[in-house]
Design a protein around this ligand. Structure first.
Ligand SMILES: [Mg+2]
Length: 360
């Protein structure tokens, strides 16, 4: 038994490596800090000799298997489900609703097996809270209960649970249902990714850009902070396509996208705005900050040294950039920011290209 403490937390990650079953079948259990029994109690319950317990007080262990969270106030139920799922999944568990919410929010499980009857906060309430938080609403929930009650099952499904299993259950059936729900979750995630990504460049697509700009505009209206928008256009790209062909034109756009995304920060959104136009949304960024990022992007693109012998500004591919920084006010809309940044982009184009033009 090896015990490790997750960084900056009192959460204990306990990995049970039985010599007999080998590493393939190692079983992982996690206790939140609100768990109703201590690590010592846990080790005692599992008859783990204390002298093989080591604590490193450092990094969390990286475990490759998908995580599921088992929530039940009965230790015997948790142990049964650990036995069923321990060879396939990393099993986290919680014995009350508060711990379940904490683990669901911080440990990103792929699925939650949720008991209905628990003291203090019942499974329905846990489900309601998980499904109303944007951090946890995508996690599939399967209720497991001894209650064979039509109303309860309907309520569970109405609250957004994916499935409802009544005891006694057959291990093989519950395993298939869990596997099925995790596959569906992955398929949904893949669809979401595809629906917000530009197929050629891998940047955010125009639809996602529009959604993020709108929500950021509303957020900045509330906070009164600066919101900056960078619009970029590839110089003489039509001539590039005429010279090098559309296949190379596509390759060029892909390299430019990498050149842009390697500069922006994790809080920014880089998107393909149109054919050869790119955009970056820079939340809580003033004009100086935006100009600095835009200039870095411009130089980075030049540094790629993509040959463009028919360009009239340089012998490599360059971009023109327009920036607008807004103090968002209610009553206006995000289209105002786009229009102003577009004006600056036009200025950058008409005043010689391969440059940054800006306004706040
Ligand atoms: Mg119970």
């Amino acid at each position: 038994m090896k015990v490790e403490f997750l960084k900056n937390s009192s959460t204990i990650l306990a990995v049970d490596c039985s010599k007999n079953i080998g590493k393939q079948n190692e079983r992982t259990l996690l206790m939140g800090k609100h768990a109703s029994f201590s690590a010592d109690e846990f080790f005692e319950a599992h008859e783990v000799p204390k002298n093989v317990v080591t604590c490193n007080g450092g990094e969390a262990i990286m475990l490759p298997r998908p995580r599921i969270l088992v929530v039940d106030d009965m230790r015997s139920n948790i142990e049964l489900l650990c036995k069923i799922f321990g060879d396939t999944y990393e099993v986290l568990f919680a014995m009350n609703g508060a711990t379940a919410l904490h683990i669901a929010t911080t440990q990103n499980p792929e699925l939650i097996l949720l008991d209905v009857l628990m003291p203090e906060m019942d499974g329905y309430e846990v489900c309601r809270r998980l499904k109303s938080s944007h951090l946890t609403k995508m996690i599939p929930i399967i209720f497991i209960t001894g209650l064979d009650d039509e109303g309860g099952e309907a309520l569970g499904l109405e609250l957004g649970a994916e499935d409802y299993i009544t005891k006694p259950f057959k291990p093989i059936i519950i395993k298939m249902r869990v596997k099925h729900q995790i596959e569906l979750k992955h398929a949904r995630e893949q669809l979401t990714r595809l629906s917000i990504t530009d197929g050629l460049t891998g940047l955010a697509n125009r639809r996602h850009f529009d959604e993020v700009l709108s929500s950021e505009y509303n957020r900045h209206t509330r906070t009164g902070r600066d919101l900056s928008l960078i619009l970029m256009d590839v110089d003489y790209f039509k001539i590039y396509n005429d010279t090098y062909g559309h296949v190379n034109g596509d390759k060029c756009l892909q390299r430019l996208a990498q050149g842009i995304s390697s500069i922006v920060r994790s809080t920014d959104l880089a998107a393909r705005y149109g054919g050869e136009e790119f955009a970056c949304i820079l939340p809580e960024t003033d004009l100086d900050g935006a100009v600095s990022i835009a200039e870095k992007i411009r130089l980075n693109i030049m540094g790629l040294e993509i040959p463009h012998l028919t360009s009239l500004v340089a012998d490599c591919v360059t971009i023109s950039i327009g920036i607008f920084t807004a103090r968002c006010v209610s009553g206006e809309s995000e289209f105002h920011i786009i229009a102003e940044a577009d004006k600056q982009l036009y200025l950058a184009k008409t005043s010689g290209r391969n440059r940054v033009s800006f306004k706040s």
